[in-house]
Design a protein around this ligand. Structure first.
Ligand code: XMP
Length: 327
C-alpha cells in the first residue's frame, strides 16, 4: 500500500533483512501505482534522490527517466559519479544537463546570499521543467521526500522542498517511495540496493552547493579554488579516519585577497577557510579537534596544489555564534 504517514508501530529499519523487505514491498507498490506509464526524477546525487532512483530502476527500469542538472556548484567528481553509477552501472535513462554557464551567468555580480539562493532555486526549476517538456507521456514525478521533511513542513519549520515550484502545465502525480523513512533508514535501503558507500553515507551538502561557500559574488576562479580545496580536505579526512567521524567539513573562499610570498615573489591571492563541525541536529555545532600535524599537511597541500591560494585558516567558531555555512 502507499503510505501517507509512517505507521506508529513501524519497526525501525536497522538491518539488511528489514531493508530488503521494505524494498520488495515498495517495488510492488510502485509497479501498481505507475503501471506502464513514465516517471521523471530530478537526481541530484544526494542520498535521498539516489535511493529513490535505485529503487525505481529496480521496480520499473526504463520507464524511469532521471534528470541530473549540473548547476556548476557541485563538488569535484559528483556529476561524474552520478553518470558512472546510474547510467553506466545501473543502466538508467539518464539525461545529464550541464547548465554551469547558465547558472554562473545569472549569478554574476550577485552578492546577496538570499538572492543567490533564489536564483539557484528558480533556475533549477526552469532547467528541470525544460527537460520535462522535452519528454513525451510522463505522468509521474518521483521525489526523495523523507519522513522528517513531512514532519518539518507540518511544524511550519520549512516549506516542503519538493513538489512546490514546478510550472502548472507540468501536473504530475507524485511517487514518493521513501516518504515514511528516517534518514538512517534511507541509508540502510541505499546500502541494500547496492549504492556506493560514499554516496549513501555522504555528509550533508546544501542545495545551493558551493555557491554558499563562495561568499559574495561568485567568480569562476574562487569557485574553482573552493572545489579543489574541498576535494583535498575530503581526501585527507577519508585517508585519516575523520570522514565518518566529523558531521560536516568543507572549505570556503571569501572574496578578498591577502599578501603572501610564493617562489620568492609577492603573491596577492585568495585564502581558504576550513570548517569542520559536529552536531546532532545542525541547530548547534561544535568544532572538531583536528590533529595539528594533519592540519599542517592539509595547509601544505592546499597552498601548493590549489592555484591562486596563498593562505589557509581554520574556523574555531561553534554554532552559535557562527552558523555552519557562511551564507
Ligand atoms: P547553517 O549554516 O544554517 O546550516 O548552520 C545548517 C545545515 O543546513 C545546511 N544548509 C542548507 N541546506 N539549502 C540546503 O539544502 C540551504 O540553502 C542551506 N543552508 C544551509 C548546512 O549545510 C548545514 O548542514
Amino acid at each position: 500500500m502507499i503510505y501517507d504517514r509512517r505507521p506508529d508501530d513501524m519497526e525501525r529499519i536497522t538491518t539488511p533483512e528489514l531493508a530488503n523487505a521494505f524494498i520488495e514491498e515498495q517495488v510492488e507498490v510502485v509497479k501498481e501505482q505507475v503501471g506502464d506509464k513514465k516517471v521523471l526524477l530530478a537526481l541530484s546525487g544526494g542520498v535521498d534522490s539516489s535511493v529513490v532512483a535505485a529503487l525505481l530502476i529496480k521496480a520499473i527500469g526504463d520507464q524511469l527517466t532521471c534528470v541530473h542538472v549540473n548547476h556548476g556548484l557541485l563538488r569535484k567528481g559528483e556529476p561524474e559519479q552520478v553518470i558512472e553509477v546510474f547510467q553506466n552501472q545501473m543502466k538508467a535513462n539518464l539525461v545529464y544537463v550541464d547548465a554551469t554557464d547558465r547558472f554562473l551567468d545569472k549569478l554574476a555580480g550577485v552578492d546577496d546570499p538570499e538572492t543567490k539562493r533564489m536564483i539557484i532555486g528558480n533556475e533549477f526549476i526552469e532547467v528541470f521543467a525544460e527537460e520535462a517538456r522535452k519528454l513525451e507521456g510522463v505522468e509521474f514525478l518521483a521525489q526523495g521526500t523523507i519522513w522528517p521533511d513531512i514532519l518539518e513542513s507540518e511544524d511550519g519549520i520549512k516549506a516542503h522542498h519538493n513538489a512546490g515550484g514546478l510550472p502548472e502545465d507540468l501536473d504530475f502525480e507524485l511517487v514518493e517511495p521513501v516518504k515514511i523513512l528516517f534518514k538512517d533508514e534511507v541509508r540502510m535501503v541505499g546500502d541494500a540496493l547496492g549504492l556506493p558507500e560514499n554516496m549513501v553515507y555522504r555528509q550533508p551538502f546544501p542545495g545551493p552547493g558551493l555557491g554558499v561557500r563562495c561568499p559574495g559574488a561568485i567568480t569562476r576562479d574562487r569557485l574553482e579554488a573552493v572545489r579543489e580545496s574541498d576535494a583535498i580536505l575530503r581526501e585527507e579526512f577519508e585517508k585519516n579516519g575523520l570522514a565518518g567521524k566529523v558531521w560536516q567539513y568543507f572549505t570556503v573562499v571569501p572574496d578578498f585577497r591577502s599578501t603572501g610570498v610564493k617562489d620568492g615573489k609577492r603573491a596577492f591571492e585568495w585564502l581558504v577557510i576550513i570548517r569542520a563541525v559536529n552536531t546532532q541536529d545542525a541547530m548547534t555545532a561544535t568544532v572538531e579537534d583536528i590533529p595539528f600535524d594533519l592540519m599542517q599537511h592539509i595547509v601544505d597541500r592546499i597552498t601548493h596544489e590549489v592555484s591562486g591560494v596563498n593562505r589557509v585558516l581554520y574556523d574555531f567558531t561553534p554554532k552559535p555564534t557562527g552558523t555552519i555555512e557562511y551564507e
